[in-house]
Design a protein around this ligand. Structure first.
Ligand SMILES: [Zn+2]
Length: 123
């Protein structure tokens, strides 16, 4: 009846063992599912600790949490897409302004060159 390679989360089917950690000293214990919800004395630290009820409550709680996390992931993803789109748009805009500035710089050089030529020949 031993289950190996499973998760450390204490969700097991009824009739199976429950794996749980002591609330005081975090030592892991395996108890029968019949002990769910009972308060036991920890064999390691001697303090009372409650065996979690594995199935319905925990499973429902996990399902709720999972659904909530999926929802948050989806929302996060949609915001990521939105921001990425903004960055792309601004990147294109930035590139346009840079090209414009480059054109203006070239024009300035040409105008200054023309001016220098005229001033030089006027002497
Ligand atoms: Zn303990």
């Amino acid at each position: 009846m031993q289950q190996t390679g499973g998760s450390t989360i204490s969700t097991q089917k009824p009739g199976n063992d429950i794996i749980f950690a002591c609330a005081q000293c975090s030592t892991s214990f395996v108890v029968d599912a019949a002990a769910a919800g009972m308060t036991l004395i920890c064999q390691s630290c001697g303090k009372p600790t409650t065996v979690p009820k594995p199935d319905l409550e925990t499973a429902a709680g996990h399902a709720l949490k999972i659904s909530d996390l999926h929802h948050q992931l989806k929302e996060n993803e949609s915001q990521r897409t939105e921001i990425t789109s903004y960055i792309n748009q601004l990147g294109i805009q930035l590139h346009r302004w840079q090209l414009r500035l480059q054109t203006l710089n070239e024009r300035q050089k040409k105008l200054e060159g023309d001016l220098a030529t005229i001033c030089g020949s006027a002497k």
